[in-house]
Design a binder for this molecule. Structure first.
Ligand SMILES: CC(C)(COP(=O)(O)OP(=O)(O)OC[C@H]1O[C@@H](n2cnc3c(N)ncnc32)[C@H](O)[C@@H]1OP(=O)(O)O)[C@@H](O)C(=O)NCCC(=O)NCCS
Length: 148
């Protein structure tokens, strides 16, 4: 079945599914050191003010990401694709949906902080890699952006 792409509400049952998916994919990722798990998985405050987007097969959530307004642009966060769906093109489809979603709302730029091992994925999605890095204990993230 072709997945559907849509926004879901904070506090909904879809949101509960997203928290579980994010925990499984982001927090339990072996490449993430224990010291950085809380940073990568959370914090969850203020998510009621973010756009929460998902790819669904019926009621099953296959992939999710958040868009948070920041300085007039959107910050893409918490991007997680179900383990079984990774590498099937789903992440890129959700990314493109997010771009169209942002454009419709008048946003001109999306920024994100990419793990070093995912930079290639975002470059394929049209993002520009900058020299700016966010260095946490045991975790380095790269600042990337796309002009919509
Ligand atoms: C990173 C992630 C969101 C990508 O989604 P995905 O569905 O697996 O990726 P897709 O199948 O849509 O890949 C699209 C293209 O990007 C490439 N790609 C995917 N992951 C890549 C990576 N880590 N590095 C380089 N290229 C990558 C694919 O090979 C594919 O290229 P192609 O079009 O030439 O065949 C997903 O794998 C995931 O959730 N990973 C674990 C959590 C994570 O790292 N989140 C991002 C934190 S910044």
């Amino acid at each position: 079945m072709e997945p559907t792409f849509r926004e879901y509400a904070h506090g909904s049952s879809d949101y509960q599914k997203a928290l579980i998916l994010r925990y499984c994919i982001l927090a339990r990722d072996n490449s993430i050191p224990d010291s950085a798990v809380e940073f990568v998985y959370g914090p969850h405050e203020d998510e009621q003010n973010q756009f929460l987007l998902g790819a669904f097969d019926g009621s099953q959530l296959l992939a999710t990401l958040n868009l948070q307004e920041k300085d007039g642009a959107l910050l893409l966060r918490q991007f997680a694709v179900h383990e079984k769906q990774q590498g099937t093109g789903l992440g890129m489809k959700l990314l493109r949906f997010a771009h169209a979603f942002a454009r419709k709302r008048g946003y001109k730029r999306i920024v994100l902080h990419a793990r070093m091992n995912v930079i290639g994925f975002y470059e394929k999605g049209g993002y520009v890699l900058t020299d700016k890095r966010y260095v946490y204990p045991d975790l380095t993230l790269a600042h990337m952006y796309i002009d919509l």
